[in-house]
Design a protein around this ligand. Sequence first.
Ligand SMILES: NC(=O)c1ccc[n+]([C@@H]2O[C@H](COP(=O)([O-])OP(=O)(O)OC[C@H]3O[C@@H](n4cnc5c(N)ncnc54)[C@H](O)[C@@H]3O)[C@@H](O)[C@H]2O)c1
Length: 244
Amino acid sequence: VAQEIVVVTGGARGIGLAICRRVTQAGARAVIVDMDGTRAEAAAAEVGSGAVAMPCDVTNVGQVRDLLKQVEATCGTCTALVSNVGWTPDKPFLDTTLEEQARIIDVNYAGSLHVTRAFLPHMKAASFGRIVYVSSDAARVGVAGEAVYAGAKAALIGFAKSLAVEVARNGITVNVVCPGSTDTPLLNDLFTPEQIAKRIKIHPMRRLAQPEDVASAVNYFISDEAGFVTGQVISVSGGMLRVG
Ligand SMILES: NC(=O)c1ccc[n+]([C@@H]2O[C@H](COP(=O)([O-])OP(=O)(O)OC[C@H]3O[C@@H](n4cnc5c(N)ncnc54)[C@H](O)[C@@H]3O)[C@@H](O)[C@H]2O)c1
């Protein structure tokens, strides 16, 4: 199978955890990478024997290098990388401090570059690989209160499309999944139940995405069926975002 060893960053909860569940159900081994080591261990125990926890902050280049070594030593070559880590506060641009700005860019953009830089050479050597970035519909339409985040997630899309062309002849595909509002701890930390209810009201399907909805799209991109699909961006938002 294409997705033998799937490294999922931010895999300990929310969308990342659903991706780990989905790929192990499909027969793959999931490496749950998360900066919260305790949460990652709990997630691995929940997902079961197909999962292994590896604590790592993807914004720390040294830790990412160690992660690569640990994955190689315990699991073998990573066949699929799902760079899912993301975070944002909800505040207007001018209220965002320089420290927060740097962190948002690090978590949502630079971290994805760090993990790609680590795992890509081995995929190239194996002439096979699947890379999926979890971006956001915020990158495609813009969202008040998430300007730096939307910009960083848009940068991720530009990077993914370019990398897709660079590595196409190495048997590696690179695609992007953009979740809409998804029922995860991140969303529930950011917004009040009233704000969430308002969002649901304007959704064509009158519900939030569930993490499993997003995980299915990720699983498609890393499956054998998607071998000729690269450089693509798909929104999983119940019809909320409709772009050509
Ligand atoms: N929930 C939504 O509505 C929504 C919408 C659009 C896009 N997204 C994107 O989907 C992805 C997953 O979001 P979620 O809602 O499941 O988030 P979440 O906060 O519920 O889970 C994210 C996980 O990533 C881990 N993490 C955070 N920073 C990390 C780092 N630097 N290194 C390693 N691990 C780190 C956290 O510990 C956490 O376990 C993110 O990229 C997010 O931006 C989410």
